[in-house]
Design a protein around this ligand. Structure first.
Ligand SMILES: Nc1ncnc2c1ncn2[C@@H]1O[C@H](COP(=O)(O)OP(=O)(O)OP(=O)(O)O)[C@@H](O)[C@H]1O
Ligand SMILES: [Mg+2]
Length: 233
């Protein structure tokens, strides 16, 4: 489904990615692991066509989604191909209501307002509230709901449980497990190693912008030296 090969990217003179290779198959959950500043968000921005808007650029490699090369395509065209992003820091529209946030980028499919409100009942209760009036947990639910409303073939979540209360976190892990059971392909970035090892099929570790390891949860569990060397846990 998504195939990133030898991706390189820079911000000005600073080479943030040197050699990132990973793939996500249909129905698969893949995590992208690595310590702070190793290039996870930059990889996601490259996929979504968003590097230029933050002063970066792709300097090498390829990103295929199905048969299409994504490099060089504008963000809206990439999203329309079927990739939905829950961005780092949520980035909901603060001046729109919950419902307006959900429909702003919606496309037809299985995920509509009713389905998202059934998944996150709290969003239905808050539907007329402004984005800026939501708690952090509600904003995160909204960011996930908004991405689902685009009916993506691939859902990408960048630190979707970061900084949330334990109860909200738990709710999001349950939602992700449910999406996976329905066959949703997911590329997940998250620092909660035990949770991602339960959920994901495979993991990719990046270190200073390079893929250094790829394997399944059993292989990662059996390799404490990897976790120590590349994840500091
Ligand atoms: N807009 C930017 N301009 C310049 N440098 C940047 C920018 N965004 C990220 N960087 C740098 O690129 C490198 C990779 O950063 P990136 O945000 O991709 O890491 P990350 O793995 O997502 O980290 P974190 O776990 O903290 O979210 C870091 O050295 C970072 O300082
Ligand atoms: Mg990041």
């Amino acid at each position: 489904m998504l195939r990133i090969e030898s991706l390189a990217a820079a911000y000005g003179q600073s080479q943030a990615l040197a050699d990132v290779t990973l793939s996500v198959e249909a129905g698969e959950v893949l995590t992208l692991l690595g310590r702070n500043g190793m290039g996870k968000t930059t990889t996601v921005r490259a996929v979504m066509g968003l590097l230029g808007s933050v002063g970066g650029r792709i300097t090498g490699g390829s990103i295929h989604f199905g048969d299409a090369e994504l490099i060089g395509q504008p963000p809206h065209a990439i999203a329309r191909r079927g990739i939905g992003l829950v961005p780092e820091g949520r980035q909901i529209f603060p001046t729109l209501t919950v419902e307006e946030n959900l429909i702003a980028t919606a496309r037809p499919g299985r995920w509509n307002l009713d389905a998202v409100y059934a998944l996150f009942p709290r969003l239905r209760e808050r539907r007329a509230n402004g984005g800026r009036d939501l708690s952090g947990g509600e904003q995160q639910m909204l960011a996930i709901g908004r991405a689902l409303m685009t009916n993506p073939k691939l859902l990408i979540l960048d630190e979707a449980t970061e900084g949330l209360a334990p109860l909200v976190r738990a709710e999001i892990w349950i939602v992700l497990a449910r999406l996976k059971s329905e066959g949703q392909a997911i590329l997940l970035i998250d620092k909660n190693l035990s949770a991602v090892m339960r959920l994901a099929d495979r993991h990719v570790i990046i270190e200073r912008g390079r893929t250094v390891w790829t394997g399944d949860s059993a292989a990662l569990a059996a390799a404490p030296h990897l976790r120590e060397q590349y994840l500091h846990v």
